[in-house]
Write a protein that binds this ligand. Sequence first.
Ligand SMILES: Cc1ncc(COP(=O)(O)O)c(C=O)c1O
Length: 380
Amino acid sequence: MTKDPHGTALSFTRPTWVEINQANLAANFRLVKQLVGAQVKILAAVKADAYGHGMEPMARALAGCGADVLGVASADEALALSQAGIRTPVLILGLVSTDAERRRAVSVSAEVTVADYSGARLLQRAVPAGRRVVVHVKVDTGMGRLGMWHSEAVAQVRKIKALSRLTIGGLYTHFSSADTDARFTREQIRRLEAIVNELAGVGIRIPLVHAANSSAVLRQPAAFFTMVRPGLMLYGMSPLAAGRTRAWLKPVLSFKTRIAFLKTVGKGRSISYGRTFIAPRRTLIATIPVGYADGYRREFSSQARVLVRGRYARVVGRVCMDQTMIDVGHIPGVHVGDSVVLIGSQAGKRITAEQLAAWAHTIPYEITCAISRRVPRIYR
Ligand SMILES: Cc1ncc(COP(=O)(O)O)c(C=O)c1O
């Protein structure tokens, strides 16, 4: 029986689904290990439902592969992993900024990001007497998001260290442009190194120092420190332009559907809302049961291709909420019920999330994160 990410038996009848290849996930994890070496720990990012792949099964699989830490976005995601019985340490990468979040993070023994001393003090108040919470201090070396500015880090770390219910387990930063700007990334690395060295000079040694996302794992060995934090590459997608390195990475997610309806249309007939596509010749149009409510984005209208019977077929006209039309006039023997690959491979041809991202002028992260909950995930 097919199970959803919560382990509940699924009985779906609409033929639109996602398949997750766990062997490929494991291969990508091994690649990270090979690149960073045995001494460097790995935090596997499973936040945002593991980039749409299903947080609990991916967390369980990655923990089984040897992930040292799992990275989530919020205390609620940490709770979900705890309730699923996953015992690998969890670091909340987002900021717990309300009392309710702080209490929840403490109650599930998650490791918590602190971005400054005042936040650390608020966290300390949520920790019951006799307990300690592991925190990772977040430093802004150029991302401009969470964290204290790097030049203030040493002073703030010293103050945070004095808080009796917190243990500093990590110090980290995040790169703004590891995929596009190696020079600025090296500057961010230098800023983090300077903090580590200065802290060592006053006798403070932080166990985990981390910075590298997938782009940096692939091309910035100086960023490895004592732990790396890949997400995207574990799921087989490349963070680098034009899918460079894709050959090393094995795709994990396939998105599939089946032809629901077929109709011959004459030259000049229009397809879908707004009549943006007018048939240039007599052709065969298939309707497939997938639309923007499933995460098959409206930007794919008259742009994206799918695979049918091992051949590429073009999306024609606007993608609707629950349905999309494709031109299959050039493909012999097409039938209702034929399998349609939206992301994945068929007969040696492939459509990647990176390609769909290019069609929608976005990034592959957004493509897989956007596949909606109504699309069942099948784990193989
Ligand atoms: C703080 C942090 N670390 C690590 C990652 C993983 O990045 P990537 O998926 O590019 O490897 C992310 C993702 O956005 C992040 O926000």
